[in-house]
Design a protein around this ligand. Sequence first.
Ligand SMILES: Cc1ncc(COP(=O)(O)O)c(C=O)c1O
Length: 415
Amino acid sequence: MDSRNYSLADFMTVPDTDIMGRAKHFREYLKDVEDRKHLQYRRVSTDGSGPVMRVRDRYSGKIREMVYLASNDYLNLTKHPKTIAAGREALDKYGAGAGSVPLLGGTLDVHVELEKKIAKFKGCEDAIIYTSGFGSNCGTLLSLLQEEDVAVLDMLVHASIIDGCKNTNTRYFRHNDTDSLEKALQRVKDKYRTKLVVVDGVYSMDGDIAPLDRIVELARAHGAYVMVDEAHATGVIGCTGRGTPQHHNIEGKVDIVAGTLSKALGGVGGFIAGSNELIELLHYYSRPYMFSTAMTPQVAGSLLAAIDIIEEEPEHRERLWENIRYFRDHLQKLGFDIGNSETAIFPVIVGDDMKVRDACSRLHEMDVYVNPVLYPAVPKKLARIRMSLMSTHTKAHLDKALNALEEVGRELAII
Ligand SMILES: Cc1ncc(COP(=O)(O)O)c(C=O)c1O
């Protein structure tokens, strides 16, 4: 099989084959991608997230020291001495696991402390934590929205939101386009019991910020609620890192504030913050919460320390923003198309899957770790190299990446 003629979309279903046949077909595709040295997914690190990461090269078996531009660990709190120490302390105190699901014996005081801290940090009455951000978005939406309701979604919301809306009606509006949202809200007027507008605060593939102030205003005017997914905003935007509502000066005005604990907070898990009543409802109706073992105590311990660091050590966010400005200026001067990126996420839009694959392989060989984002994750014309920055990248790291990008960009006529 020549993988250049296919994309991941071609193996979602394979006509006239059962699951094993589909897996066999997909294996053939992946083998060809691998043979062409284009396989850059699931690279294995031997030392974890940091500005430079040790990565085992699948082709040579050797360890590469790579400038790591693929982490969501924006403030590098995975490696902060205080998050590590707090995790260790919780591990010693509670043991390695929570032992049960939250409703039936798995709730520890460290979980409740974390929920209270998140609620305060997000300016909400209460919060609920889950063991994944995907699970919290998906489980919350599945438990709240039913066939009498409608979700009005930005067309680029995260997959966890789309999957969470499978039991309800959905309408999409053009990305970050509030005129398009207004029209969508007018069209659903008087037709549904609950109308919920759902957006990301910062978009994961584009790095742009939702116009949340206007979105909330429009939703109010049309009798709709708003949910914002703060996965890539928490710790990064807003003057003290509280996210998109703080950035737009509308803290306390968003009905449901969702997020992950796995990105700038450096752990794993997700949260939903909102009113006391809403959070209580989720305790008893959100299936990934009810039917899944509670968060490991050491993660909860580390996360408590991470929120303190965000509040007490602004220097990490300041360094991240210095890096963002430096990298953006240089990419733009070199002539790369970085779309509307405003945050630590940088798409370099190339528009051709094969060029993106080639570029990522070349950059890998130059010890620069970036990710290809191809169709169907993005439309074919918007295939891109995706990069993200950390506060601990130095100018030397960024310059190494920029030089490699310039060389590859010229080689492949991207710039
Ligand atoms: C916008 C957005 N929401 C939710 C998630 C899911 O979070 P988690 O990785 O904690 O499951 C992600 C993760 O990639 C994301 O980018």
